[in-house]
Design a protein around this ligand. Structure first.
Ligand SMILES: *[C@@H]1O[C@H](CO)[C@@H](O)[C@H](O)[C@H]1NC(C)=O
Ligand SMILES: *[C@@H]1O[C@H](CO)[C@@H](O)[C@H](O)[C@H]1NC(C)=O
Length: 417
């Protein structure tokens, strides 16, 4: 039920750029773009992929993912916050029928500075991918949007030049969107960027209900993939604990809670779109679109954490990347596999679930296990939503409602009455 996918190439602002500067630069961009993307059919959703193109102020992608976590999650958070506030003020739905499903990933444009043997071949490096790999990937877009201005033009040109030199066929049509001045407001303190733990992690966990997947979940899941370091010698292992149905029966508007399978499938479908950038045709022996390289196993064993949907991403022939294994595990307590799998070494959470992280580490300490390193994603910032409105409280409420599963269930419930 998708109304087509568009791509926006968006220059990421500098490292310490705070929410006001994002707003100054890109409020007009999103105001004009979101209106264009509202689906005609009120039962469908249109999809917008946004490649946030890194600026030179971000460290180069060969650095450990742990040390990049703070800066990259900040840029994702700023962009998702701005999108949510623009959608709020224009009364456009996100992740709801008749609205737009927006997904961010990060594009590395400095292909000249990367080892040449990896350029164009980083199919499994998501959510950070070099422009060549992205252009060669199996994504198809109806329209490419880019932003006016020098940086936007230069990045668009790089994308189209790479397309022209490496692919047959015309690229999708390009539409340029307005953008505002990239002013750094001197009154605004730099956005705090917290350094993550410095150790590289091969096995990272996250947990949640993931009911009616929304932007808050998307930021958390993207942070999780980001925290797992793509090492040349070890597979990346991701454990996504998804709360079992029996723990959700007493939730508000419980009849609208999605089943475990529906929540798992939606989560996996989102993760797939930020993790895998398979080439259009991997090799003559495999069909296009990474078929045969992605496999899904359904495991159902008795005992805790026994129900697992396990997705494996193998690297395409000729690539030096390691595979990625993602366990979507049904959990029946707040701990899940973090206290049964000693190999998990880090957890990703939000400021709201800090306490849960501490409880997990207390249990691990009791067992004599190493505590998990904690990566924290920020809370989406509603301050851009309330700024130019005297009715600040209700605006904030409706910003919150775009990132609340309970609110989404309430609205779905209303529609059935
Ligand atoms: C994933 O689930 C499978 C099946 O339960 C299990 O064997 C494996 O240890 C789990 N963890 C990882 C990281 O693969
Ligand atoms: C932990 O890692 C070791 C070595 O890679 C492996 O043999 C073992 O099966 C893993 N344990 C679990 C519970 O996944």
């Amino acid at each position: 039920m998708t109304g087509g996918t568009s791509l926006l190439l968006l220059p990421a602002l500098g490292l310490s750029t705070g929410v006001r500067s994002w707003q100054s630069s890109y409020k007009s961009t999103f105001s004009s773009l979101l209106l264009k993307l509202i689906p005609q059919d009120k039962t469908s959703t249109s999809r917008l992929d946004i490649g946030l193109v890194l600026s030179p102020s971000y460290s180069i992608s060969t650095t450990s993912r742990s040390t990049l976590f703070g800066q990259l999650q900040n840029v994702l958070k700023q962009a998702y916050s701005l999108i949510t506030s623009v959608a709020t003020s224009q009364r456009i739905d996100l992740d709801f029928p008749g609205g737009i499903d927006i997904r961010l990933f990060i594009l590395e444009p400095r292909v000249d500075e990367l080892p040449q043997k990896v350029v164009g071949k980083q199919s499994l490096s998501g959510p950070v991918v070099d422009i060549d790999t992205f252009v060669l990937s199996d994504r198809s877009y109806n329209t490419i949007y880019s932003v006016e201005g020098e940086t936007g033009e230069a990045q668009l040109k790089q994308f189209l030049t790479t397309w022209g030199s490496r692919l047959k066929g015309e690229p999708p049509p390009v539409v340029r969107l307005p953008s505002g001045p990239a002013i750094i407001n001197p009154a605004e303190p730099p956005s705090p960027v917290q350094d993550g733990p410095v150790t590289d992690h091969a096995s990272v966990a996250v947990g949640g209900t993931f009911d009616h997947l929304h932007i808050g979940h998307k930021l958390l899941l993207t942070g999780t993939i980001l925290a797992a370091h793509p090492s040349p010698t070890q597979p990346r292992l991701i454990t996504v604990g998804i709360t079992g149905d029996e723990l959700l029966v007493s939730k508000k508007y419980g009849s609208q809670v999605e089943s475990w399978s529906a929540r798992q499938e939606r989560t996996a479908e989102f993760v797939d779109s930020i993790v895998a950038f398979y080439p259009r045709k991997a090799s003559p022996s495999t069909s296009a679109n990474g078929n045969g390289l992605r496999t899904t196993e359904y495991i159902d064993e008795p005992g805790p954490n026994g129900k697992v949907v396990r997705v494996t991403y193998k690297s395409p022939p000729g690539s030096t990347e390691q595979e990625i294994i993602i366990n979507y595990t049904q959990i029946s307590d707040p701990f899940g596999p973090t206290i049964t799998d000693p190999n998990i070494s880090a957890i990703v959470l939000s400021a709201e679930t800090r306490a849960g992280g501490k409880a997990i580490n207390d249990k691990r300490k009791e067992k004599g296990w190493r505590e998990l390193d904690v990566f924290e994603v920020g809370i989406l910032d509603a301050s851009t939503a309330s700024e130019d409105d005297s009715d600040a409280v209700s605006k904030t409420e409706s910003f919150e409602s775009k990132i609340s599963s309970t609110e989404i269930r309430r609205r779905l419930q209303e529609r059935t009455q």
